[in-house]
Design a protein around this ligand. Sequence first.
Ligand code: PLP
Length: 393
Amino acid sequence: MHGGADRAKGFHSMTTPIVQSATYTFADTAALIEFLDAKIYGRELDREEYARYGNPSIWALERRLAHLEGAADAIVYPSGMSAVTSLFLTVLRPGNHIVMTDDCYRRTRQFCLSTLKKFGIETSIAPMGDLDALEAAIVPKKTRFLFTETPTNPYLRVADLKRLAELGKRYRAMTLLDSTFATPVNLRPLEYGIDFVMHSATKYFAGHNDVLGGVIAGDASRIRALKDARGIFGNVIDPHQAFLIERGLKTLAVRVRQQNQSALQVAHYLQQHPKIERVHYPGLSSHPDHALAAAQMSGFGGVVSFEVAGDIHATSAFIDRLRIPYIAPSLGGVESLVEQPAYVSYYDLSSDERLEFGIRDNLVRFALGIEDAVDIIADLQASLAQVPAVNSR
Ligand SMILES: Cc1ncc(COP(=O)(O)O)c(C=O)c1O
């Protein structure tokens, strides 16, 4: 709630004021020179100069996020994609190489395989959960990043962070973890020796399905370099966006604990239902990474994926009958969201092409909001009752 927050805020305000200003004024030239000297000699700056370089709402959010992740510093961006693309574009050089796991967010993978390739940066994809394959894909002296997510989308696979960090150190490659699905309430990746942790703050951090944002936390000098680059790229978050994310952080812990609890209840309910073929949730002992998740995480997260006993149409009809969740991409907000990955993220592909990505037509991703789990289960039950029995086990 209070970690990283300044108690004394501008104008004695309880909340961080939104300073809606594109530029900042100096009383006289001496004040300007004093500021420029501080900047040139790398001294701590106690004021802003121009909005592309920062804003009090942004600094306040960054301090809170660094605190949450146990990092020396953090940088925020206008979206999660902006965070990951800026990191790679700032740090990587032509000839560098990345190894990433196969179920990373589709747009991140696309960025690495197409945009970075244009700049002479190659990416190898290793199967999630197979650290030997990941190690085999490392090109010594060329691989600069090992990149994975945990838990992943949509199968909620969990990466072994201790082993990943060891591999990074052994091969002198930086490790980057997209921890969006976990949140620092459930997982603190830097404590395992991971170099950078990133989030789509759009999800649990903001938490209300109303704003985009991204964050990277890590070592002070590396984040400093990213902040310098942000001032050049110009991908600075709007102060109102930063304010909304900071507000979201105040309830992060209570929301995530409720989402963890509801997801576990929903997963247990679905697992025993005859019209559900399979449930993917790291909190279930049937999940391939359950033991690792139990050791590494303090909660299993708010997303449950499952396969309905039926074809693509029976699955969509099941989704359409649900009364509580909205049909929408995204996760982590107070409203439950449901999606059929075959449509939402992979509509442009055929069934067989989707299967190459491991996406089955009957797969459903349910991102729990903070509604009562009893109501959510009653909703699932009512809709499952109408799934044609002929398709069930
Ligand atoms: C795991 C993960 N990482 C990154 C992103 C990209 O974040 P944003 O939509 O905030 O740009 C997403 C978005 O869905 C995501 O799910």
